[in-house]
Design a protein around this ligand. Sequence first.
Ligand code: GDD
Ligand code: MG
Length: 370
Amino acid sequence: MKAVILVGGQGSRLRPLTCRTPKPMLPLVNQPFIEWMLLRLRDYGIRDVILAVQYLADRFRTALGDGSRLGMNVHIVEEPEPRGTAGAVKHVEHMLDGTTFVFNGDVMTDLDLQAMLDFHRERGSKVTISLTPVDDPTQFGLVETERDGRVRRFLEKPRAEDITTNLVNAGTYLIEPEIFRYVPPNQFYMFERGLFPVVLQTGDPMYGFPSRAYWTDIGKPQTYLDVHHDILIGKVQYHFRGQQIGERVWLEGEAEIHSSAQIVGPVVIGHGTRIGRGTRIIGPTVIGSRCTIGPECQIEGVVMWDGNTIEEGSTLRNCVLGYNNRIGERSHIIDGTIISDECQIGQENRLERGIRIWPGTTLGDRAVSF
Ligand code: GDD
Ligand code: MG
């Protein structure tokens, strides 16, 4: 059985983290998110995967190649221009050979794929859409079903007054390729606003598969942080790669941790990272590889990618740092701040309230101060 993963979006809601890294390549506990997705498919015996890429396509080629490193066959197919979710699958239709899983490439879930496949087959469905309950369906595709699961209505990004259920499209589909006869070739076409409404009219069997599995769309900064926290506190099953060196503290390789540093799990520390005297690292926190955290720092609720340097006496709380930044002494980076890549932040700055710093930014000493 084959799977298609849609990974061509620009990840605009996650900018600036996605300025240089496509959303599915963002590190999830120090491993590209897409790799986690692929390994999950491999666990289900699905080894043939087509990645429908568009934005920053080369990043996928470099990281995954043909998939053999993961023991899989990964075919990376680039659209000449963005074709939309259904158009992207239409573009690879010739590679499909029967019932196919299609995934949005930005959803963290432990959905039972076998149960979904059984459901699809038992009903003779042509399109099965996984459904999840959410608090605010306006951000998603609302799906109304009949008692037997047949889809009655599909409404992408509904207005508040149109909300009739809290069940939304969870971004995992099972599809019979014949359904692509409704998708015009070489055009931008969406499942959500194009194909699903059309299938409702043609009457082909289309079902919703509701599930209470863990589910989050990582497409926004807060949800990107939340997913890390959920993994670290054990809300979703996750295989940590490092060795456990303390209570819920994992080390991926080797690190230099000063004897007076305090690490309160859940914390993951990447290979080659150094943690200075008197520094406190408090979970849920993930620190990438080759980071240097100077003395007397406070780090709490942080996701930090590889190659960051945090100088003496700085506080980082509930924030995300991309690749290779330098944070000057006694700075405060807090409250949902996002610093992307290769930024130089001088001493004694205070960045807070969800401020977003674009790649390559330099901020002088006390530029944004107390
Ligand atoms: N190849 C390709 N080409 N992929 C695309 C394109 C494209 O033109 N456009 C979007 N994608 C990919 C994105 O990379 C992402 O993995 C997935 O399709 C969904 O796009 P998002 O931009 O993340 O959509 P959304 O989150 O607003 O809404 C979608 O997902 C929700 C669940 O998370 C919809 O499917 C909603 O109905 C659904 O509820
Ligand atoms: Mg999304």
